[in-house]
Design a protein around this ligand. Sequence first.
Ligand code: 5GP
Ligand code: SF4
Ligand code: MG
Length: 466
Amino acid sequence: CGVFGVIGVTDAANFVALGLHALQHRGQEAGGIVTHNHGTGFHSARRFGYVRDNFTSAKLMETLPGDLGIGHVRYSTAGSKGRTEIRDVQPFFGEFSMGGAAIAHNGNITNAEALRRELIDRGSIFQSGSDSECIIHLMARSLQRDIPERMKDALRRVEGAFSVVAMTRTKLIGVRDPLGVRPLVLGRIGDGWVLSSETCALDIIGAEFVREIEPGEMVVISPEKGVTSHRPFESRQSRFCIFEHVYFSRPDSILGGRSVYETRRQIGVELARENPVDADLVCPVPDSGTPAAIGFSQESGIPYAMGIIRNQYMGRTFIEPSEQIRNMGVRLKLNVNRALIAGKRVILVDDSVVRGTTSRKIKEMILDAGAKEVHFRIASPPTAWPCFYGVDTPKREKLLAATMSEEEMREHLAVDSLKFISLDGLYRAVGQGEGRDSNCPKYCDACFSGEYPVEPFDMIERGFKL
Ligand code: 5GP
Ligand code: SF4
Ligand code: MG
């Protein structure tokens, strides 16, 4: 998901809508905005679908007045069961003795089911099926006298990954979990302040990047007092999601001081060094494989070409939650550039192999177009484990790499060769020259290594085996 918030600007909702539009790649199912206006109080709107189809009409935006607002774009992940209902769409709102508060959460709470049971036993009335709603109920039970303190109480009970943007009547609040699994950045716009999942959403509104919110940090922002920093959690070695660098974040964002584009290009360079192959063309599977394909071509000297053309009007296939839509998605979204491919030995560069369904269809399309050989090069190690921290991966059984060796996957996809970047190569590409320090890894890489930095408590309860 994507989260965004702004304080100290006129018509905050317009800024939030633009910010969410820039974060749309982080979730396409639904979006919501809450604002606060001195005089008329809190206002909110939650809608299914794209930001641009909802939060652009003057009629809707007029219902969201105020100089303070937050928003959320959603896609459902491991914790969620079945179809999203509008009541699952964030931000969530709670009314407390000291006033209202709204929260928007990116990540996944790994002890949400246990918390939910406990809260329901003690009288909480849940409105949604979302793990994030626990935070509001935990805040309601806290005895602290202001909302930021109640949020600290609540978040100290929560485990897993969370980047949270919240608001009261007068304050904007941002928090990252102690491991800092999901991103969150601070920006400045005129006399106002911005919080955003990624820097690309600062750019769209002309805000200046100030810094990242640190793992385990809470910032409380008001126009009068500016930004105050709090440390509600015990400090730990941070474990930022390495997959944000590979796929999830936008290539024009800056993560941990590194350009995402440059990291992905470097992944392609590493990939070409680790797994060279003689061929005529390097083609990306657009758009997620593009920067790595550029790096692969530069390092190998094999010409880069757009062998697959993407229809710009389709979203990312994997974000659609149903299997059926995902299966249709490939052809609706991608087409082979026949004139270029016929008779050629083609290296296809993609970000990941998950179920293998996309990769298989792409390979068929390329062979139909007359390619002589197809070599897959993948910009991440084999995805053998599900993510429980906010990225949608299927159950372990559905992951190709969970049950097959590299050679078995190659046979299954029926390609001439299939190679993945090594975990060390990936760490080198994100700036860890020595590769992965297995005693103290600097990133979360659980979907590749199976080493979960936070126990996936709810999933283990449901029968998941580590
Ligand atoms: P596959 O061949 O595994 O079906 O799909 C791999 C391609 O689709 C990659 O380009 C990746 O971007 C995307 N993809 C499809 N499904 C998923 C998924 O569930 N999670 C992630 N992370 N990527 C997926
Ligand atoms: Fe990121 Fe993978 Fe860790 Fe999930 S399991 S947070 S996708 S690195
Ligand atoms: Mg892709």
